[in-house]
Design a protein around this ligand. Structure first.
Ligand SMILES: Nc1nc2c(ncn2[C@@H]2O[C@H](COP(=O)(O)OP(=O)(O)OP(=O)(O)O)[C@@H](O)[C@H]2O)c(=O)[nH]1
Ligand SMILES: [Zn+2]
Length: 199
């Protein structure tokens, strides 16, 4: 049950639902007809879900580490982390997957935390390049590994369902830090692990 007193970022729930009614009218429909009566509430709930990342602090996911790994110092890769995001230009879905790798320096994180970091940034208005860099930077800054690699592949619905109408196109971005940037073999090993033809 939605809480009518809910506030997010200084905006009340009624005001947010009213904005959806305005867009429904702008699109050409009647927000008072039966089928649309509950739509503003549903859309505002959906926004709470799609944009829950603003309430998260991704660095907190990386603060709990484990050091008892018998000196494990090889690359750790989590690949095919599916995500849904929204482009900040059109508020249209970006659907894709991220691959994240790092070279530990004495400590590792619980592997789900890498996926939590991806989710926390994806559930915001995004530009793919920025999201790719944010994921790499927070891992480097908090975990301080010997290097980080992030590759993101995604399709942008602002390109598939409108505008240029190109289906089946995916955008690939990568951010390499430390050993992943400076050492060609490390970079290639990562790309090979994620099945990237550049590896
Ligand atoms: N580089 C980059 N571009 C993006 C991303 N998401 C959306 N875009 C692009 O942002 C651009 C915005 O261009 P504008 O010309 O301001 O907007 P527009 O008139 O709606 O452009 P069209 O989509 O070409 O119709 C478009 O080319 C989108 O494809 C992203 O994550 N990264
Ligand atoms: Zn867009």
């Amino acid at each position: 049950m939605a809480n009518p007193d809910e506030q997010r970022n200084g905006v009340g729930r009624d005001e947010a639902e009213q904005a959806v009614r305005t867009l429904l009218r702008w699109a050409g429909d009647n927000p008072e007809r039966e089928g649309l009566l509950d739509t503003p509430k549903r859309v505002v709930d959906a926004y709470g879900d799609w944009f829950s990342g603003y309430a998260e602090e991704p660095h907190e996911y990386l603060e709990r580490t484990f050091e008892e790994v018998c000196g494990y110092d090889e690359m750790i890769v989590l690949r095919d982390i599916q995500f849904e995001s929204h482009c900040e230009h059109h508020m249209a879905p970006i659907i894709g997957r991220a691959h994240v790798g790092y070279l530990p320096d004495g400590k590792v994180v619980g592997i789900s935390k890498l996926a939590r970091v991806v989710e926390a940034y994806a559930r915001r208005f995004q530009v793919q390049e920025k999201m790719t860099a944010q994921i790499a930077h927070v891992i480097q800054d908090v975990l301080k590994p010997r290097g980080v690699g992030v590759v993101v592949e995604a399709s942008h619905e602002c390109m598939t369902t409108r505008g240029v109408h190109k289906r089946g196109v995916s955008m690939v971005t990568s951010k390499m830090v430390g050993g992943f940037r400076d050492d060609a073999r490390t970079r290639q090993e990562f790309l090979r692990f994620i099945g990237d033809p550049r590896g």
